[in-house]
Ligand binder design. Structure first.
Ligand code: ZN
Length: 155
């Protein structure tokens, strides 16, 4: 299911701001790097992202991929909605995304780090009702997290 755009007048409302905070809280609690509102049962085009402890907290409202590289890379992904599996997923290496931030200000961001670009694509997919397994080219790489930890070095 495709999530609905957030009405811009809603962004500054207290209830919406509280919801954003609760999403960051939930994401931290489960140790994730991104969380989309539909994952917590709210069908709005809103996601929160924090790719690392030293990275900024990003609120993506009504995001749109403006452009992306032709080249893709595959890397392992997991999802907070199915925490016990991992799979190899192809994603664009670089992209330009526009969105509204938590202050309702329009932002345009060039993402040239693959590790960051794939998180953005994963979360935006959630807003379109797509899961990473829908993007996988080879379902054979889908494996239980316990097996993944044994088989993939350095993970
Ligand atoms: Zn996910």
């Amino acid at each position: 299911m495709k999530a609905k755009p957030v009405a811009l007048a809603e962004i500054k409302k207290r209830s919406f701001q509280k919801f954003i905070k609760s999403m960051f809280f939930t994401m931290r609690e489960v140790g994730g790097v991104g969380l989309a509102a539909p994952q917590v049962g709210v069908p709005l085009r809103l996601a929160v992202i924090r790719v690392g402890k030293k990275s900024p907290s990003i609120v993506l409202i009504n995001p749109k991929i403006e452009s992306h590289s032709k080249t893709e890379q595959q890397d392992w992904e997991g999802c907070l909605s199915f925490p016990s599996v991992r799979g190899l997923v192809p994603r664009y290496e670089k992209m330009v995304v526009s969105y509204y931030d938590e202050a309702g200000k329009k932002q345009r961001k060039i993402i040239d780090r693959f590790s960051e670009a794939r998180v953005f694509q994963h979360e935006i997919d959630h807003l379109d009702g797509a899961l990473y397994v829908d993007r996988m080219r080879d379902m054979k790489s889908l494996m239980a997290f316990s097996e993944y930890k044994k088989r993939i070095p350095g993970k």
